[in-house]
Write a protein that binds this ligand. Structure first.
Ligand code: IVH
Length: 704
């Protein structure tokens, strides 16, 4: 390839080329040192390394952390580095019936203010693999990342290069093109791989999806190279220009660029067409040669997709119509009670292991006492009102990654004449518990937190969406919890591990399973997490009802830990502070009470403050571009909007960082009034609030 004269490189050129060289040289390195076939000649390797050094000399500020200049041999495999996705990688909402699909289309039509009949959709198989983002700059693959938590994924560039259907370079004029799709393994390749693994005495995989995931996420890419992986492209992330006006057109463009796209993708004019295509794909499912678990429908018009936008974790413009769950019959040997981090006592069915659609299942969730009795949350019968007993023959079903459930009980085969008594079992186990009125769940009510509760809380604390500390997973938490020399009983203890280790005669490094490197790596991984984004910290606290979404809303609202804590502290006695929390869109009284009560319990408060003293907490980044003229403002829509529906106007305003309120008050910043606006516009005028019409609103919303 002819490379530009270094003196003519722009900053952007240099950045792209340094990224490309880092990938190229480290791939060559891994291939060479990993005894794989060397992919480039020594002379070429040296020339590229020299060029890298020359570019770095001209643009020292662009030198990468993984610069080839700093590397000798292949980097030790000490985990993947992280890549922040330029555009988040989201998941899809599910539909399980034709009715759900009709609802999906109607919801979209309503949001856009058009008829359902006017919409066109694409339909394509939902590949059961793992998603991968491939970033091309000036047509060259610069990195590849897994989905991770949707915001940050793992850098699997070396591995992706080993997939034959992933092009290393593409002919495009786009400066940036991030292609997204699914990595999968065919049934044939999966069976052959398992055979080879068995012969070699290596572990075999439960299903093609696990095999694909295990093969892509190999620290040693030479192993990936021996695994038969494939890639279907079906979406994109950042692009420096539009790919097309339609979903179908964009996927065709990807196909023209050399990506494998799915031949069963089609365009549908109506919901009936979608269902017909679903039935057709379902019929072909067993002969496709690879696993699919449903059909994905997407609004074809990309302008409409962008108007529809996203909910917290899923786009409004797409849905996954899942195939019915797989089922199998097996014996339920025991009902066990598990304790969650919030003290919830959940029954779990232990099963004689059974293969359900390619996955061996030995546990199923039983939710709560009523579910075991055959009643749903409203007291209506489920499973025709059949209860579940230990020893029963039960039908288990699983759909996708969801925890298996019990669908049915064979009463003819029942031998146990004792219904399961939840309260009695708890007392036999010596667990003091309560079930509050209106709550389906029994909760631990002892004086001291049970070890199980504390351990679950710690596991949650280090989980992927929370602190995500490399090398400190569920297994290590259990070990440290009971460790007599270096106990970790609460989150703050994690951050004193190293100082305690320094003072301790029995070093972690001398224990079984721990060496010098692994303990140093652990302490380093912990240190890295002393700087933590606010929303991760709030989520990590494991407060009941405060999930990831609530944690994000709270962090977006209060921005800094000090502001957040100040309001939570005041909320116990100040109604104003409590309302500030309750009034956050998407929070409400239940979440607010749980948050306030937990943070005011003496032990939780102490634990939190102690933890925080070890951390530096990163302020939330305000999502809305600060340049948006409506960012941070409270807007009221009134009267008839003629160019967009209320739902769309609200979603747009919120996406720009505004808050939408239903009533005008002194806190209102702006009223958008359409024809027929009445009392609200009048009140706004009295209060001196800005009133604008729909056209002015659209102009403002689009002005950025
Ligand atoms: S579109 C904004 N299309 O399903 C969401 N996803 O459950 C874009 N998947 O994370 C995703 N086949 O890994 C899309 N044809 C397809 C798909 C597909 C499989 C996966 C993907 C996604 C997950 C969501």
């Amino acid at each position: 390839m002819k490379r530009k004269d270094i003196s003519k490189l722009t900053v952007d050129d240099a950045k792209t080329e340094l990224a490309e060289l880092a990938l190229l040289l480290s791939t060559a390195n891994t291939a060479y040192h990993g005894q794989d076939e060397p992919e480039i000649e020594d002379a070429t390797y040296d020339a590229l390394k020299r060029r890298n050094a020359q570019i770095e000399a001209k643009f020292p500020e662009l030198k990468r952390r993984d610069s080839p200049s700093d590397q000798v041999g292949s980097a030790p495999a000490s985990g993947f580095s992280k890549i922040k996705h330029a555009v988040p990688m989201l998941s899809l909402a599910n539909a399980f019936s034709a009715e759900d699909v009709h609802d999906f289309a109607d919801r979209i039509a309503k949001f856009l203010g058009v008829t359902t009949e006017s919409l066109k959709f694409t339909a394509e198989p939902k590949i059961d693999g793992l998603s991968l983002a491939l970033r091309y700059e000036d047509g060259r693959l610069v990195h590849a990342a897994t989905r991770g938590d949707g915001e940050t994924g793992e850098d699997v560039s070396q591995n992706a290069l080993k997939i034959p259907s992933v092009p290393q370079s593409i002919k495009t004029r786009l400066k940036v093109l991030e292609v997204r799709g699914e990595v999968y393994m065919t049934h044939k390749d999966f069976e052959e791989l398992n055979k080879r693994q068995k012969i070699a005495g290596e572990k075999t995989f439960a299903n093609p999806r696990n095999a694909a995931a295990g093969s892509l996420r190999q620290l040693d890419a030479t192993i990936t190279a021996q695994r038969p992986l494939a890639f279907f492209a079906y979406a994109w992330g950042e692009t420096s220009a539009d790919l097309s006006e339609t979903q179908m057109g964009a996927v065709n463009t990807l196909s023209d660029l050399g990506f494998q796209t799915n031949p069963l993708m089609m365009l549908a004019d109506s919901v009936e067409d979608l269902i017909q295509h679903y039935t057709l794909i379902e019929k072909q499912r067993s002969s496709l040669g690879y696993d699919i678990d449903g059909v994905v429908y997407k609004v074809d018009d990309l302008r409409l997709q962008s108007r529809l936008g996203f909910r917290a974790t899923t786009p409004r413009w797409a849905v996954a119509h899942k195939f019915p769950a797989e089922t199998a019959w097996t014996r339920l040997t025991e009902i066990e009670i598990q304790v969650g981090r919030t003290g919830a006592l959940s029954p779990v069915a232990r099963l004689e292991p059974v293969n359900v659609g390619g996955v061996v299942v030995s546990n199923a969730t039983l939710h709560n006492e009523d579910y075991i009795k055959g009643l749903d949350g409203k007291g209506n019968p489920i499973r025709d009102g059949k209860d579940i007993r230990e020893g029963d023959l039960v039908q288990v079903y699983r759909a996708g990654d969801v925890i298996p459930k019990v669908a049915d009980v064979d009463l003819d085969k029942r031998t146990n004449d004792m219904p399961f008594d939840f309260a009695q079992r708890l007392s036999e186990l010596g667990i003091s518990a309560q079930r509050a009125e209106g709550d389906a769940v029994w909760r631990y009510a002892g004086d001291h937190p049970m070890d199980e509760v504390a351990i679950e809380g710690l596991k949650h604390f280090v989980s992927r969406q929370a602190f995500d500390i490399e090398g400190l997973g569920a297994k290590q938490i259990e070990m440290f919890y009971y460790d007599p020399d270096l106990p970790v009983k609460r989150p703050a203890d994690i951050f004193t591990l190293q100082t305690r280790d320094d003072q301790n005669l029995t070093k972690l490094a001398n224990r079984s399973g721990w060496g010098k490197t692994s303990s140093e790596n652990l302490f380093r991984a912990i240190d890295e997490k002393r700087l933590i984004p606010l929303h991760r910290l709030i989520f990590a606290l494991g407060i009941r009802h405060v999930g990831e979404i609530a944690a994000k809303l709270l962090s977006q609202t209060f921005v800094s830990w000090d502001m957040f804590w100040d309001v939570v502290e005041k909320a116990k006695s100040s109604e104003d502070a409590r309302m500030t929390i309750e009034n956050i869109d998407g929070i409400g009284p239940i979440v607010a009470s749980s948050l306030i009560d937990t943070c005011h319990s003496v032990s939780a408060r102490e634990n939190i403050l102690d933890l925080v003293s070890h951390l530096r907490i990163e302020d939330a980044q305000i999502l809305a571009p600060s340049s948006s003229p409506v960012s941070g403002k409270t807007i009221v829509f009134t009267g008839t909007l003629e160019k967009m529906t209320r739902a769309e106007a609200k979603a747009k305003a919120e996406a720009l960082g505004a808050k939408v309120s239903g009533s005008v008050s002194a806190k209102t910043d702006m009223v958008v009034a359409g024809p027929g606006a009445g009392s609200k516009a009048k009140k706004a005028a009295e209060l001196g609030v800005d009133i604008i019409d729909e056209d002015a609103w659209i102009e403002m919303a689009n002005s950025k």
